[in-house]
Design a binder for this molecule. Structure first.
Ligand SMILES: Cc1cc2nc3c(=O)[nH]c(=O)nc-3n(C[C@H](O)[C@H](O)[C@H](O)COP(=O)(O)OP(=O)(O)OC[C@H]3O[C@@H](n4cnc5c(N)ncnc54)[C@H](O)[C@@H]3O)c2cc1C
Ligand code: FES
Ligand code: FES
Length: 467
């Protein structure tokens, strides 16, 4: 049985755990405020909140219900737009009407849910953050200005609440959420997670953001296990000389991690280029690696950082370098029975420099045509060690081993960068597809290698010297 709270209703269901949560909400529960648009995580019309009990508190995340398996709702609070206005419209809903934030209305519930999710996660809301939280919602009618005004209106309503009240009570007092939210913690604590030890699954599902786009119809008929129930770790730990990232850690957790911010500060901005907030709230690090897309952003970064994977099955544990993990297009150095438990990256020395570059048709909310990461240590202008990766230019996420070999011991100069780019282009085998021709991708990789050095060594390498 799958047990969870849907708005303020306790649910016990024997539906297949692989059922798409959106379908359960709309077809079974007839909560039709949650809309079905693209069914691919792109439009945000199906956005709901998933509340999870962590260390005694409930944390809410906006997610695309079209990509969430019902089984992953177990033990959680699922909130649809119907869960907010029990007696009257919430300030966000009222703002959307009064400020002209809605026309045909198809996208509106998704915007309201994302905006409420923003308020639930921010005790000091401000407009830029609210707009970022709406990055995964698309509207074809309004032109967004009315939606922005609705967000501003909601912030001004919140600011008038009594700051002495507990945060949740401030939101309840202003009508952002109904009173029943205060009872959710107790209700979730009463639901335990039990699973059969002998369970044989055909699929292992992380966040489902790849699997449910590619094959939701076959998944619905299948037996699957969830990394969340499997107890695959979803935390980030600092050890003496390395950082350990749990396989089920989400991209948003990496982006928010104080440990990652300390050692790789630029990663926060880099990862904002990964999908939208609802996608980052679900997409796991291990899922990105095992999906083996040649343009996976996290994988590209981890290749440059020289990550190692700890693989686990019921019988064994072993460690593999990410650089040795890909054997061919979607061919992995991994048995079907193995899952990724941890991903470890070394803590860099103080002299290390890191940069990530991604070219896509749109800056935000798009997957890369070509991406590249570099981790480099230099002393007296000489390259001491280097990790350089390239995505979208080969059947696998590529580590540019020959280019790295060439660069070690070289003086940082325009000539070195030009020579390195020439070697990199010989190392790759891009194909022409919807993201660009093979020639264009070669050109892009050359430009990205130039960009790395211009960004990291602005005093030494000037754009006009090499471009
Ligand atoms: C709208 C949208 C935008 C996106 N934008 C980006 C983007 O900008 N950049 C990018 O790189 N990707 C992007 N993606 C792709 C996707 O979100 C990522 O690849 C994500 O990291 C996949 O993780 P997941 O947990 O959702 O994987 P899932 O779909 O759950 O699984 C993917 C594969 O990994 C396996 N798996 C999951 N966890 C484990 C584990 N612990 N051990 C072993 N195998 C495991 C599954 O069995 C499956 O084969 C986007 C996807 C969508 C829908
Ligand atoms: S239906 Fe478009 S994101 Fe889910
Ligand atoms: S109001 Fe029509 S799509 Fe947004």
């Amino acid at each position: 049985m799958i047990e969870f709270i849907l708005n303020n209703q306790h649910i016990n269901t024997d539906f297949s755990p692989t059922t798409v949560l959106l379908d359960f909400i709309r077809k079974e529960k007839k909560l039709t405020g949650t809309k079905e648009g693209c069914r691919e995580g792109d439009c945000g019309a199906c956005t709901i909140l998933l509340g999870e009990l962590v260390n005694g508190n409930v944390f809410y995340k906006s997610v695309n219900s079209c990509l969430v398996p019902l089984g992953d709702a177990h033990g959680k609070h699922v909130v649809t737009v119907e869960g907010f206005n029990q007696n009257e419209l919430s300030p966000i809903q009222a703002g959307m009407i009064d400020e002209g934030g809605t026309q045909c209305g198809f996208c509106t519930p998704g915007f309201i849910v994302s905006m409420t999710g923003y308020f639930l996660n921010n005790e000091t809301p401000e407009i830029d953050g609210a707009i970022d939280a709406l990055g995964g919602n698309i509207c074809r009618c309004t032109g967004y200005v009315g939606i922005k005004r609705a967000a501003e209106h909601s912030i001004s309503v919140y600011k008038k609440t009594d700051p002495k009240l507990k945060f949740m009570n401030r939101l309840i007092e202003a009508g952002f959420i109904p009173e029943y939210f205060n009872s959710i913690k107790k209700q979730l604590a009463a639901i335990g997670i039990t699973r059969r030890k002998d369970f044989q699954a055909e699929y292992l599902i992380g966040g489902g953001t790849d699997l449910y786009v590619q094959q939701w119809e076959s998944l619905v008929q299948s037996k699957a296990d969830f990394t969340s129930l499997e107890k695959t770790p979803y935390e980030i730990i600092k050890l003496k000389d390395k950082i350990k990232i749990g396989g089920a850690t989400t991209i948003q957790q990496v982006l928010n991690s104080s440990i990652v911010k300390k050692y790789y500060p630029s990663l926060q901005n880099n990862l904002e280029l990964f999908g939208s907030l609802p996608i980052r709230n679900r997409a796991t690090v291990a899922g990105n690696i095992v999906n083996a897309s040649p343009i996976g952003d996290m994988t590209n970064i981890l290749l440059a950082l020289n990550a190692e994977l700890q693989l686990k099955s019921s019988k064994s544990k072993r460690t593999v370098k990410l650089r040795d993990f890909y054997k061919g297009y979607k061919l992995l150095n991994k048995k079907k029975s193995e899952s990724i438990d941890w991903i470890t990256i070394p803590i860099p020395s103080k002299r290390f420099l890191f940069n990530f570059e991604k070219v896509s048709k749109r800056t935000y909310l798009d997957i890369a045509s070509v991406n590249s990461s570099i981790l480099l240590e230099e002393k007296n202008n000489i390259i001491k060690s280097i990790g350089l990766s390239a995505g979208g230019v080969a059947p696998i996420p590529l580590y540019l081993s020959k280019t790295c070999e060439f660069l070690i011991g070289k003086k940082i100069s325009a000539a070195t960068v030009n020579d390195a780019a020439e070697i990199a282009i010989k190392e790759i085998s891009p194909i022409s597809d919807a993201r660009g021709s093979a020639e264009y991708k070669k050109l892009l990789l050359r430009q990205l290698i130039y960009a790395h050095f211009i960004v990291l060594f602005p005093q030494v390498i000037k754009a006009e010297q090499i471009v």
